[in-house]
Design a protein. Sequence first.
Length: 202
Amino acid sequence: MQTVSEAPSPLAMSFGEALLRVMRVAGESDEGHHDQLTRVQLAERADVSLTLIKRYLKGDAASAKLETIEKLAEALGVPPAFLLMRREDWVAVANASIVLAQILREGGQNEPDRKFGGRSSINPLEAAAAGVEFARLVQALPRRRDFTPPEMAQAIRRAEEGVAHTCATPPLALLTPIQIYATLALCAVVGTTTNYWLQEAA
């Protein structure tokens, strides 16, 4: 029996659950349809031990190596990051996608050119500033005001940092202007959840 200190972390549990969900469709039936991929088949396909697969599926992934996660992701045909996303991360991405879709539907298709002046890339500092501005624009992030209680102002500042840091993460130099805009829009909304500022300020 696991003690509290030995309980799997939420990230390790999410990793195991994501593996299991993908394994349910990553195999192929005799008729050529999606089917269950067994643990043995995944171990062989990814060239990792069966013992390791069993551990990960139980949520015991505290010592998982990035190389192993990459092998598993490649074997399953999914981005490695998708295997590591927690439930709250998926909710944040879904919410951000809804916000972006609404903006584009309301005529924001030309916004990338207006925002970035046709440049093919922006640096991390510009991305951070643009992300915070965008989060405020769509009201995912409130503005700090002089009359805001200190605890709320501090929580908003932490949320701004989460947005700025999240928006600086993608390799924006590799993206087109519309991809940069879409990525920053997603990161801006997702970034507001990284410090759980609303819960902390409540």
